[in-house]
Each structure stands twice: as C-alpha cells, then as structure tokens.
Design a protein around this ligand. Structure first.
Ligand code: JHZ
Ligand code: ZN
Length: 435
C-alpha cells in the first residue's frame, strides 16, 4: 500500500489542501490480460491537493515509477497524427531558432518511441533519448535513436556531464508531471543544460483542466498538474528561469510549453499568463474548492446519458483505450453493463481489457463491423482526428459522444460557442486572447 505524502513534492511545504478524491482506482495503463481476469487488481487512492506555498497541484499517493512506467506502460506516442505534426513543428522551429547543427546535442526526457527526436536525427543533429519504458525505447533504438533506458535524474545528468556531454536543447514533453522526485528531475536538467541552452517543457495547463472539467486526466502517472506560477517557482528553486510560454489549446485539452534556461530573459507573455493566473485565482485554493462537486455532476450526467441511451435500446462502444479513459470509466463506474467494447489504434492494447471495468479493447475496424449506435470518445483530446478517420461510421448513422467539458453528443459540443475542438469548447475569451 502507498502512504500519503505529507509535504509538497516541489517545495517541501506542509500545507497540502486536498480538494478531489476519485476513490481507489487501478493503474490507468495496466490493461488486463483475459487470463488475469480473475486475479485481484491493485487499486490505489487517487486524491488531489493544492500546495498553499508554491501553488503546485498534486496527487497525494505515490505509486513507484517502476510499477507505472516499466511494468505497466502501454503508451506509444506515435499513434496520433496530430501529436506527430505538433512534434515535427516543434523540432523544425528549434532547429531554426537555435541554429542547431552537427555540433549540437538535443536531449529528450521521456523520448518514448523516438516520435520527436527522429525529426532532429533526420537533419543530422545529434540526439539522445532517455526513457525507462523498455518496449518504447526498443522501438526508438531500432529506428536509430540512441536511447538510455533509465529514469532521468540528477545522477544521470552528472554522469553525462562527466562524459563531456552538455545539452544545447533539453525537451521534456508530458514528463514533468510523471515525476515524484522533482528535485532530482529539475536539478538534473539544470546540471545537463549548456550555459546558453534552452529547456522546453510541455504539460497540460491546470487552468484548462479545471475550466473544462478534464478530471479524467488525473491518474497515478500524473503526480503534478502545472501552472505558469508553479513552474516558475519550481525552476527558481534550481537556478533556472521561466522565460517564455506558448499555449496550445487543442493539445491534450490545453497544453502550455514553457521555455526555461539558466539565463534570465523573461518575456511579456510569461508576465501575461502569470497575471491571468493571479486574476482568475489559479494560485489560490478557492479556485479548486468546488471542483469535486463539479466533477461529480459530470460523472452523474455521463452515467445518466449512457443509461438513457441504453434503455432506449441503443448499443454503445467507446473510442480510445487511453489512460484518461481508465480514470473516467473507473471513477464513473461505467463498465460492460453500458459499453460493449473500446477500440484503439495501438496494437499493444488489442485483446486486453480496460483496467478495473474490464471492457475489452479491439482494433478500430470493429466500429464498422459492429456499427454501434453510439461511440463515447474517451480520447476526446483527439476527437477531431478520430472523427475524421471515422467518417464512414458517421455516414452509416453512428453518433459520437464526448465526456468533457460536459457529456454530450459531439455535434453539440463542437457547435458550442468559441470552440472548434471539443476540449477547447469552453475556452474563455480572456485566455484565448493570449494564445
Ligand atoms: P492519449 C497518455 O495518456 C499517457 P492517454 C501519458 N501518461 C500522458 O501523459 C499523456 O498520454 C500525454 C489512441 N488513438 O494520447 C491511442 C487511437 O486509437 O490521449 C491511445 O491509446 N486513434 C504518457 O493514454 C489513445 O487513443 C487515434 O486516432 O490518456 C489516446 O490516448 C488517436 C489519435 C489515438 O493519452
Ligand atoms: Zn509546494
């Protein structure tokens, strides 16, 4: 069993104020083999708190990273075209803006299957991936991306420095949330980065998580949920500066890319985002205080929607055996009574079952084979991409449903004011103006 942490994982502060409990849930990426269906699954408390000192939002119960990312990790980055395009654009921009060439070194932390570094390698720019997930790293290595198969921290950074390596660019996309020991991780980045180097860090923005009720993105892999304010505080503890920020409202429900480095050069955009967080209250507990109630209302509405459709004789499946789908189904108690199956492009998930609720995962072709009346998009962050791929399912009369920001038929969600994407449907104008 895990013990609850009592001090903030970033600043060590002891005033952690809980505001949401999603009960005890199984690990979101621990899909179940049919042979193991009768074995007891491990469940861990999923409780979220706010640090009064540095404002970091974080979960209170740590599962060992080895269990999460080595023993039970099925996420491969290369299954989303949208993410691949986003990553290619990021690489191209960095190559130009930093003047990267054959004497440079680009290091990616959590390099997964090499989805991002391949863009640099193709241009002859030396790269190094670091990722403890063995199957993903094996794919990267096979594709010619040198990869250290281990967790990154200050010791790895010191070892690389001792070998004479320094990074001109460090990229950490969707990984700083995955780290229980932030001192070692951020300290390691500070150690490895060149004096004039650039660190870019991407993560969903806690502001959008709260605004759009993206509670399903909370699971044990995600130890922390960031704002500009909490990132600034974290970087300062390690001698780094938060110098710039970019906003991608359509990526993972609203992502920020923070530019950090050893030299202070703070942009107006950092000041604007930080001021916005202050003005909207992201930096205070009150912002989160009613989140639990809002989440419960969403869960109730989703269950009611599915029960009503099922009662009307409709068949329902889901799209995306995503980690967030696991949180959603387990926190809402939605299982095989309401969903017949889940489809996913990731071949590593086929034939397995969603953690806890045991809904079977099938290839995406099952949608046309079975033509369920409704499909709940669990990977709602890729709704546009998924719907475009599934035009034939829709042409034959199928309906897509989304769980966030409010459970609804996709059509309604897309047409709601201000949003072309589902996750961004509730985008507030003040934030939009900054994007
Ligand atoms: P997706 C993962 O979360 C895990 P998940 C991780 N902890 C993290 O931080 C975030 O990503 C960033 C499939 N799919 O990416 C692929 C299709 O089948 O939202 C995935 O299984 N067809 C690292 O798992 C799932 O959906 C498609 O067209 O919640 C999407 O999962 C597309 C686009 C995706 O992340
Ligand atoms: Zn703190």
């Amino acid at each position: 069993m895990t013990a609850a942490i009592t001090a903030c994982r970033a600043c060590g502060g002891e005033t952690l104020r809980p505001f949401l409990s999603l009960g005890k849930t199984p690990l979101a990426d621990a899909l179940v083999r049919p042979d193991d269906i009768d074995a007891a699954e491990q469940r861990f408390p999923l409780e979220v708190a706010f640090c009064e000192e540095c404002t970091l939002v974080q979960i209170l119960h740590d599962v060992p990273p080895q269990t999460l990312f080595v023993d039970n990790y099925l996420y491969f980055s290369s299954f989303s075209d949208h993410l691949l395009e986003h990553s290619r654009a990021h690489a191209t921009n960095l190559i130009t803006s930093r003047g990267l060439g054959e004497d440079s070194l680009v290091v990616e932390l959590a390099s997964n299957d090499g989805y991002l570094l391949k863009n640099f390698a193709e241009q002859g720019i030396p790269v190094l991936g670091i990722d403890p997930a063995p199957d993903q790293a094996a794919v990267a290595i096979e594709n010619g991306i040198p990869t250290l198969v281990e967790f990154f921290g200050v010791e790895v950074a010191q070892r690389l420095r001792a070998e004479g390596k320094q990074a001109d660019v460090i990229i950490a996309n969707n990984v700083m949330a995955h780290v229980p020991d932030l001192d070692s991780f951020v300290g390691g980045m500070a150690e490895l980065i060149a004096d004039d180097g650039l660190i870019t860090v991407e993560n969903p923005w806690v502001h959008d998580l709260v605004q759009h009720a993206e509670f399903d993105t909370i699971y044990h892999e995600h130890f922390s949920y960031y704002s500009c304010t909490s990132v600034h505080n974290l970087m300062r503890r390690h001698g780094l500066f938060l110098n710039d920020v970019e906003y991608f409202p359509d990526l993972h429900g609203g992502t920020l890319r923070w530019h950090c480095g050893p030299v202070e050069d703070v942009s107006d955009r950092v000041r604007e985002f930080t001021a916005l967080e202050e003005a909207e209250g992201v930096t205070g507990f009150a912002y989160y205080a009613d989140f639990g109630e809002r989440v419960q209302a969403n869960i109730d509405a989703l269950r009611a929607l599915l029960i009503e459709r099922r009662a009307a004789g409709r068949t329902i499946a889901a799209y995306g055996a995503a980690a967030k789908g696991s949180t959603l189904l387990n926190a809402s108690g939605i299982g095989t009574d309401l969903l017949d199956f889940v489809v996913d492009r990731n071949v590593h998930k086929h034939g397995l079952m969603m953690p806890g609720v045991h809904v079977p995962v099938r290839p995406t072709e099952a949608l046309l084979e079975e033509q369920p009346d409704d499909v709940l998009i669990l990977a709602w962050n890729f709704a546009d991409e998924i719907v475009a791929q599934q035009a034939e399912y829709v042409r034959r009369g199928g309906t897509f449903l989304v769980p966030v920001p409010t459970p609804a038929e996709l059509q309604q969600a897309v047409q709601s004011p201000g949003g072309s994407n589902v996750g961004g449907a509730a985008e507030d104008t003040q934030t939009e103006a900054l994007s």
